[in-house]
Ligand binder design. Structure first.
Ligand SMILES: [Zn+2]
Length: 253
């Protein structure tokens, strides 16, 4: 075998394997695509509405977020971890009592890739039942940890007529942004569009800059004419995207 053929025989499988791995990585992390069911990263609308979402928790930092949101008159959506609701139901109850929407972020915050059907069902259903104990909600939205999903989770959600809620604005994903409250607020204001879903955390000990940024972030968006709604409210705009009358009535949601 000559040298050229040897290299070709080695390189080709390696390149194919690398391409397959890259495609798989983008697929399981995609904010906008999955194999089954609906996935929502934003809503197409001309109205200046936006949904603030907070993942993880509830923890002892939850009250700080509740207070800022209360002072600004903003309702948000919190994707909570079932295990932490079990440990701190009082924080979850306070979120619900303050009028915020509670979503499901699994029970144990595992990456939901290559998990069997029983594990997926337990992660979703156990958390749903904990949420129902703290919040009187009919429909519970779902967001996978780290946005990771492949076949089993989207199929389970689709079979249960539920969508995957992701996001289109994620200031904390950039190290130079998340290290500064000012930059988190500025980045968010610059990248938000009508119908955006903003991903924040804020309830982990290391989320201090996010907590510090919240008031300025809200103020900047209000100055740009944005109104804050929960994700469930935002989804109503999707159903009537072109009707001005719908926009007017949706304004009272
Ligand atoms: Zn998370």
């Amino acid at each position: 075998m000559n040298f050229f053929r040897l290299i070709t025989r080695l390189l080709l499988p390696l390149c194919l394997a690398a391409s397959a791995l890259t495609a798989f990585y983008f697929l399981i992390n995609s904010r906008t695509f999955q194999f089954y069911g609906g996935i929502v990263h934003r809503v197409e609308t001309g109205r200046k509405v936006v949904a603030l979402t907070f993942d993880d928790g509830p923890t002892e930092f939850t009250d700080e977020l509740i207070e800022v949101l209360r002072s600004e008159g903003v309702k948000a959506t919190f994707f909570l971890i079932g295990g932490l609701i079990g440990q701190h139901p009082e924080y979850g109850r306070r979120l619900a009592a303050a009028g915020h929407e509670i979503g499901n972020h699994t029970y144990s915050h595992h990456r939901m890739v290559f998990k069997d059907a029983a594990f997926i069902r337990q992660e979703v259903e156990k958390t749903d039942s904990l949420i129902r104990r703290i919040a009187p909600q009919n429909h519970i939205l779902f967001r996978p940890p780290y946005c990771k999903k492949f076949i089993g989770l989207p199929r389970y959600l689709h079979e249960h007529r539920r969508e995957t809620i992701t996001w289109d604005v994620e200031p904390e994903s950039f190290a130079d942004v998340r290290s500064s409250a000012d930059r988190i607020a500025a980045y968010t204001a610059a990248h938000t569009r009508p119908g955006s879903i903003i991903l924040l955390h804020g309830m982990n000990p290391g989320d201090g800059e996010t907590r510090k940024s919240l008031k300025a972030l809200i103020t900047r968006l209000k100055k740009r004419g944005y109104r804050f709604v929960t994700v469930s409210e935002l989804l109503h705009y999707r159903k009537r995207p072109n009707a001005e009358a719908a926009g007017a009535s949706a304004g009272s949601i």
